[in-house]
Write a protein of this length. Structure first.
Length: 265
C-alpha cells in the first residue's frame, strides 16, 4: 500500500482481516439494528412527524445521524477491543517490540478501525436509501457534497477509533468497554441531533447552549450537510473541529503508548 511502511501495512491488514473474516459478528448486528431504527423512527414515527428543515422527510433527516451512530460505535468498539484483547492475552507485547514507531503502531490500529466505521456507515446509508425507495413520497436521497461527506465520515470514524485506543488502554476488564459505549458514547450521540434538529431546543434555555459542547453535534451536522446540504452549524467549522480534535486525540494515543500506559501491567 503506497505511503505505508511494510510493517504498518502488515499490522493494519491483520486488524482488518480480524473483523472482515467474521462478517456475522461485524456487519450483521448493525444491519439488523438499523433496519429496526429506520422502520420505527423513519417509517412509523416519521409518518406522524412529517418534515423538517423546510421539506426534508423525517426518514431522510435521521439517515445521516444513524450513519454517524454506526460509524462512531464500530470505530470505537474495534479499536478498544483490539487494544484491550491484546493486553488481556498478552500478545500486544510482540507488537510493541516490533520495529514500528509508536506513531506507526497507533496509525495501524486507527486506520483499521476507521475503515470498519466507514464500512458500517455505508451499509447504514444503503439501508436508509432502500427504505426511502419503498415510498415515493420520501423522494430520492442524493449526496449533495460527496467529497465533503467522504472526508467528514472518515474523520468521524477516525476520531472514535482514537477514543477507542484510549478506552482499550484504560479498561481493566471487558465491562469497562461496555460502560464506555453504552453510558457515554451512545447518550452523546442521541443528544447530538440524530433524531431532532437543534432548532427544536431553541427557547429551552441552557439545553440549546449545552448542545454545542457535545462533539456529536458537529459530527452529525457535518455528515448531514454532506448528504442533504442542510446545516445548523457552519460546515467548515464543523469539519475544522473534527480535524483538530482527531489530531489531538491521536497525539494523546501516541504519547500514552510511548509511556506504556496500561501496557506494562
Amino acid at each position: 500500500m503506497m505511503g505505508l511502511s511494510t510493517g504498518t501495512w502488515a499490522l493494519t491488514k491483520r486488524e482488518i482481516l480480524r473483523y472482515v473474516r467474521r462478517p456475522r459478528n461485524t456487519f450483521l448486528p448493525p444491519f439488523i439494528n438499523n433496519v429496526l431504527y429506520f422502520a420505527v423512527f423513519g417509517v412509523i414515527l416519521g409518518s406522524r412527524i412529517g418534515e423538517y428543515a423546510g421539506g426534508i422527510p423525517y426518514i431522510t433527516f435521521v439517515l445521516p445521524g444513524l450513519v454517524v451512530l454506526g460509524a462512531v460505535s464500530n470505530g470505537f468498539e474495534n479499536a478498544s477491543f483490539s487494544i484491550f484483547h491484546g493486553r488481556w492475552n498478552e500478545y500486544i507485547h510482540e507488537v510493541l517490540t516490533s520495529p514500528l514507531s509508536y506513531r506507526q503502531l497507533t496509525f495501524a490500529y486507527v486506520a483499521a478501525s476507521t475503515l470498519r466505521g466507514v464500512l458500517v456507515g455505508v451499509i447504514i446509508a444503503v439501508i436508509g436509501v432502500g427504505f426511502t425507495l419503498l415510498n415515493p413520497d420520501y423522494g430520492i436521497v442524493s449526496v449533495a457534497h460527496p467529497v465533503y461527506l467522504a472526508v467528514s465520515l472518515v474523520l468521524v470514524a477516525a476520531l472514535f477509533a482514537c477514543f477507542g485506543i484510549l478506552g482499550g488502554l484504560w479498561a481493566r476488564d471487558f465491562d469497562y468497554l461496555t460502560v464506555l459505549n453504552q453510558f457515554i458514547i451512545r447518550p452523546l450521540v442521541f443528544f447530538g441531533g440524530v433524531f431532532y434538529p437543534l432548532s427544536a431546543l431553541e427557547g429551552t434555555g441552557i439545553w440549546y447552549d449545552l448542545s454545542f459542547l457535545n462533539p456529536m453535534v458537529y459530527m452529525v451536522n457535518a455528515v448531514r450537510y454532506g448528504f442533504l446540504d442542510f446545516a445548523e452549524v457552519d460546515p467548515l467549522f464543523s469539519l475544522g473541529v473534527l480535524a483538530v480534535v482527531t489530531g489531538a486525540i491521536f497525539a494523546v494515543d501516541v504519547m500514552l503508548i510511548r509511556r506504556g500506559y496500561g501496557l506494562m501491567e
